[in-house]
Design a protein around this ligand. Structure first.
Ligand SMILES: Cc1cc2nc3c(=O)[nH]c(=O)nc-3n(C[C@H](O)[C@H](O)[C@H](O)COP(=O)(O)OP(=O)(O)OC[C@H]3O[C@@H](n4cnc5c(N)ncnc54)[C@H](O)[C@@H]3O)c2cc1C
Length: 387
């Protein structure tokens, strides 16, 4: 067993780290100020354009997109370090296209959809939202009730979705709906592609979430889709959706490692400088233990992430590891960020340093892509051989 990164993966991680320091960190103060007044964390088109251009120049674009669309087709193992480095700042950055939806599309598109959706998405030219959650079905998506009924060659969709990120901005949304109620998640749920502006796809409201994030509530009211908008096979939406969720969970775990590492770095820089009661904080055992525990847990979590990425690359069943790493990473980052905020005293309670925003990002992560309790349940069910 060799735990060393390949030279290529090490260089890629270093390059992204440099990109974050040189291109993104200078914008962090603007993002913090924007979020502090309730305006979210998104960059303006003018701020984003030069950054995206730079990322493309450096070859940091479409890293896991298919080669036929100009992508580098990199495996998950190569992306662990990329996702980690990108999360060391609160300046939001996706080196397009967003991997989870990309992976789902790659598994499911027809030839026609390949040209219309996958090709431009792979080139990072379009935005895609994912609509699974409903008012009565979140952590348990199999309980969804949004229906898609066949009318001739078309589909008519009715129902409601909630907490959908990017629903108003996305060029298209991948939406999950029930096509055969009797079969439920085992053959009864299908995926559809809905273009922005499709009649009956009605964005009802924008919901302000923690960490300057926004989601939307969407009503599907006799939303008519051509048969060609079915994504993948009828009734076979759940499997590809799980692939998408797996990708996001790995990405989130790596993001947590990045945020925790930034918090640890900030603690290590601040603690020797801050003197209380005649001694620097770095000489206090309380702070030393936070630092030592943080470094230990980050190391453990990084190994978990690489192990998971390697299993996913080999196509192994890694459902339990996915749940383990999602829970471990989010709770680890939450704890380390809390200790860093405490070390910084009142400064840690301000919106001038990124710690609180990172903590809010992680707080969200303990709920979306499956709440921690549901993931613990998945792990325990496997161990206890429960259904
Ligand atoms: C910032 C953000 C962005 C999101 N973006 C999207 C998106 O783009 N698309 C999308 O489809 N959805 C999105 N979601 C929704 C997200 O996936 C759901 O919120 C999540 O799956 C949990 O569903 P729920 O909120 O209905 O909670 P519920 O399923 O009602 O669960 C509530 C709580 O009950 C407990 N619980 C539930 N089940 C169990 C169990 N079996 N055992 C023990 N405890 C349990 C947990 O503590 C859980 O937190 C987003 C959510 C957030 C916060």
């Amino acid at each position: 067993m060799d735990f060393a990164l390949s030279d290529e993966d090490r260089m890629l991680k270093d390059l992204v780290g440099r990109f974050v320091r040189e291109e993104l960190l200078p914008l962090e103060r603007i993002v913090l100020e924007r979020e502090a007044v309730g305006q979210g964390t998104s960059l303006t088109a003018e701020e984003r354009a030069p950054i995206d251009r730079k990322a493309r120049e450096l070859g940091l674009w479409a890293l896991d997109a298919p080669e036929e669309f100009g992508g580098a087709n990199l495996p998950f193992v190569s992306l662990v370090g990329v996702y980690e480095e990108l999360a060391k700042t609160v300046v939001p950055m996706i080196l397009g296209p967003d991997s989870p939806n990309l992976r789902m599309l790659m598994l499911t598109v027809s030839d026609q959809q390949r040209e219309k959706y996958l090709a431009p998405y792979s080139r990072g030219e379009t935005l895609c939202a994912m609509a699974i959650s409903e008012p009565g079905a979140g952590g348990d998506p199999a309980a969804m009730t949004t229906r898609a009924e066949k009318r001739g060659d078309d589909w008519i969709l009715n129902g409601r979705k909630i907490w959908i990120s990017k629903a108003a901005e996305a060029d298209f949304t991948i939406l999950m709906a029930v096509t055969d109620k009797s079969k439920g998640a085992r053959g009864g749920i299908s995926a559809f592609l809905i273009d922005k502006g499709t009649p009956g796809f009605n964005v009802l409201r924008k919901i302000q979430m923690l960490a300057g994030m926004f989601t939307y509530e969407v009503a599907l009211e006799d939303c008519r889709l051509a048969g060609s908008q079915l994504l993948g096979k009828e009734g076979d939406g759940f499997g590809p959706m799980q692939v998408r969720l797996s990708t996001r969970r790995l990405e989130m775990a790596c993001n947590c490692i990045g945020m925790a590492q930034r918090a640890l770095d900030m603690m290590c820089e601040f603690a020797p400088q801050r003197v209380t009661f005649g001694a620097p904080l770095s000489e206090r055992q309380a702070i030393q233990w936070w630092v030592a525990d943080a470094a230990t847990k980050i190391h453990a979590c990084r190994l978990m992430a690489y192990d998971l990425a390697s299993k996913l690359d080999k196509g192994r069943d890694a459902r339990v590891e996915l749940s383990m790493v999602k829970v471990f990473a989010t709770e680890m980052a939450w704890e380390i960020l809390d200790h860093a905020m405490q070390t910084f005293g009142a400064m840690g309670m301000t919106k001038e340093v990124p710690l609180q925003l990172m903590a809010s990002l992680v707080r969200n992560m303990r709920v979306y892509e499956g709440p921690s309790e549901v993931h613990r349940w998945v792990i325990a069910r496997k161990l206890l051989r429960l259904r």
